[in-house]
Design a protein around this ligand. Structure first.
Ligand code: GDP
Length: 296
């Protein structure tokens, strides 16, 4: 699972503090140095770490903490609260168009798990009582259309395709029309992916956004890629003003930096996390639970 090493290191640091009883400013300084190192090693963005540690330290050195009967516990509580805030505080939820029909545009670089996540999302929506339809808008790779059809079959969700068209806007619009006509209420649009952010891809996604007007734009990023995932999120967000992030491969040995920095760097919430290759391996992202899991 993600965060393992970070979790071990933070827990080790706090164990030392707990054994001390009374804390001095020097103890807190040393603990914060360890926290900083652990976060940097977990590949958390440097600026994010600096700010985080400064905030935590200031709170920890307050009189109520230092003079309390259980200062180490107070320090852990502060770190827990700050970690929760860092990852998005109360958490955020996928939003549906109040008009009744929601278009969700999925974006992301190739290999992040975008197509698999389309299936997971369809599965989640069905479990939430929605009627989703999928739409294949990668007009460059026929294999991508095939893959989405396999995914659709696996999660028992129809997939709109038009193998003759090279126009994703036209495809998405036609899919929306068909979905509405057939009584579906969510359209998940799988867009083309590339190995890296390029102008052509961004222009295409921007065009789909302008003309199809998705209610939610969700960006799929791969937790295993650490800072690259955060940079991708930043790049996509600057052009597309995304609504939320889905962090995949959190079941792997991701150091956790992406999950910890994404919110702060982009200002956008992580809505879900992928925790496996199966279609039911999608969980709502709860910052408070994640923080508690890290701190043990
Ligand atoms: P795309 O190129 O972004 O559409 O990526 P795919 O959907 O084809 O996924 C790439 C690989 O990542 C596949 O082998 C998926 O099974 C795998 N994958 C996707 N999400 C997860 C996840 O949350 N955990 C794990 N372990 N693997 C995932």
């Amino acid at each position: 699972m993600a965060f393992e090493s970070l979790s071990d290191k933070l827990q080790g640091t706090f164990k030392v503090l707990k054994n001390k009883g009374v804390l001095t400013e020097k103890d807190v300084d040393e603990a914060m140095r360890q926290v900083k190192l652990a976060l940097l090693e977990a590949d958390v963005n440097f600026k994010v770490v600096k700010e985080f540690v400064a905030d935590v330290k200031e709170k920890c050195l307050g009189e109520e903490v230092m003079k309390s009967l259980t200062p180490a516990q107070q320090v852990i509580k502060i770190v827990n609260g700050e970690l929760t805030d860092l990852m998005g505080g109360e958490g955020a939820k996928l939003e549906y168009d109040p008009a009744g029909f929601t278009v969700i545009m999925m974006a992301g670089l190739q290999g992040t798990g975008k197509t698999t996540t389309c299936g997971k999302l369809a599965n989640f929506l069905k479990e939430s009582g929605k009627k989703p339809m999928l739409c294949a808008c990668d007009v460059y790779r026929p294999a991508a259309i095939d893959q989405l059809e396999v995914v659709g079959k696996a999660v028992n969700t129809p997939v709109y395709t038009d193998r003759k068209s090279k126009d994703p806007v036209k495809i998405a619009k036609a899919a929306k029309k068909e979905a509405e006509l057939k009584g579906f209420n969510v359209l998940i649009v799988d867009t083309a992916g590339r190995l890296q952010i390029d102008e052509e891809l961004m222009a295409e996604l921007e065009n789909i956004k302008d003309k199809v007007k998705p209610y939610q734009i969700l960006l799929v990023v791969d937790a295993l890629t650490g800072q690259d995932a955060v940079n991708a999120a930043k790049g996509f967000n600057e052009r597309l003003a995304i609504d939320g992030i889905i962090m995949t491969k959190m079941d792997g040995d991701a150091r956790g930096g992406a999950a910890l920095s994404a919110r702060k760097v982009t200002g956008k919430p992580i809505l879900f996390m992928g925790t496996g290759e199966k279609y039911d391996a999608l969980e709502a992202f709860h910052p408070d639970r994640m923080a508690s899991r890290i701190l043990g």
